[in-house]
Write a protein that binds this ligand. Structure first.
Ligand code: G3P
Ligand code: MG
Length: 243
């Protein structure tokens, strides 16, 4: 399969991360996939935001898990990035899934339950993907690898990826042990050996977050399966130039 470019939190180099305008700009730029982060509100609704709290990326305050959907939807998720983005909302997961389904993009849904254990998040995400017939176009990743086991229990056929920062020993073996089907490593830990060994076991490798053109070239030449990046156009250009 050709190398895929995943827009990290949408096209987050040019628009506020994890907002519909950032996802739409990624679609317009020609990204193959959208990476996004999902949390649960107090009333168990799935919302797309990176942090556990609203402070950094909205004009609101507080923890997502302590706020209702209505309270989360009231805040502005665009102004912090620039006046042009005023009025952007924290998206519902369903809005982003619908966009990807409509435009034929892949999804990388990152479950943000590594700091807060959101009861039932795995089951809810799978149900939503089934509603939109997006199981086969989605990879679910998480820093909590027990959560990935729960995903597999609910839906054995969905692609799952261990997400990690450390330089794991033989991550291809570990991935098999966990039972996932993909590897999403922190970028400096990618080596030729890991790519060869992972590919021999049919485990695609999609490193994050690749924003420098030099590193895009290095990883494309090494044979990664995807780049997860904030700089969608630069990555697509590098891909074209190497192809
Ligand atoms: O999924 C790749 C990447 O998004 C993981 O880290 O902190 O950007 O969500 P973070
Ligand atoms: Mg993420």
């Amino acid at each position: 399969m050709a190398i895929q470019i995943y827009a990290h939190r949408g096209y987050s180099a040019i628009a506020p991360e994890n907002t519909m305008i950032a996802f739409q700009k990624a679609v317009d730029a020609g990204a193959h996939g959208l990476e996004l982060d999902v949390h649960l509100t107090k009333d168990h609704e799935m919302v797309v935001i990176h942090d556990e709290t609203l402070q950094r990326t909205t004009n609101g305050r507080g923890r997502v898990r302590n706020l209702s959907l209505e309270e989360v939807r009231r805040v502005d998720a665009g102004s912090w990035f620039g006046d042009d983005f005023q009025g952007e909302r924290v998206p519902l997961l369903s809005e982003v899934v619908a966009l990807a389904a409509r435009d034929g993009l892949s999804l990388n849904i990152e479950l943000k339950n590594n700091k807060i254990a959101y009861e039932g998040l795995e089951r809810q995400v799978i149900a939503m993907l089934e509603d939109y017939d997006m199981i086969n176009q989605t990879v679910i990743s998480c820093f909590d690898h027990y959560s990935l086991r729960r995903v597999k229990e609910v839906c054995p056929k969905v692609d799952t990826a261990i997400l990690y920062m450390a330089n794991l020993f033989e991550p291809w073996e570990y991935a098999r042990h966990v039972g996932v089907t993909s590897i999403h490593p922190y970028r400096p830990t990618v080596t030729r050996e890991m790519l060869t060994k992972s590919h021999a076991l049919n485990l695609p490798v999609r490193p994050f977050t690749i924003n420098q053109e030099k590193e895009m070239r290095r990883l494309i030449d090494m044979g990664v399966d995807a780049l997860i990046t904030d700089n969608v156009k630069e990555a697509l250009n590098e891909l074209k130039n190497r192809g």
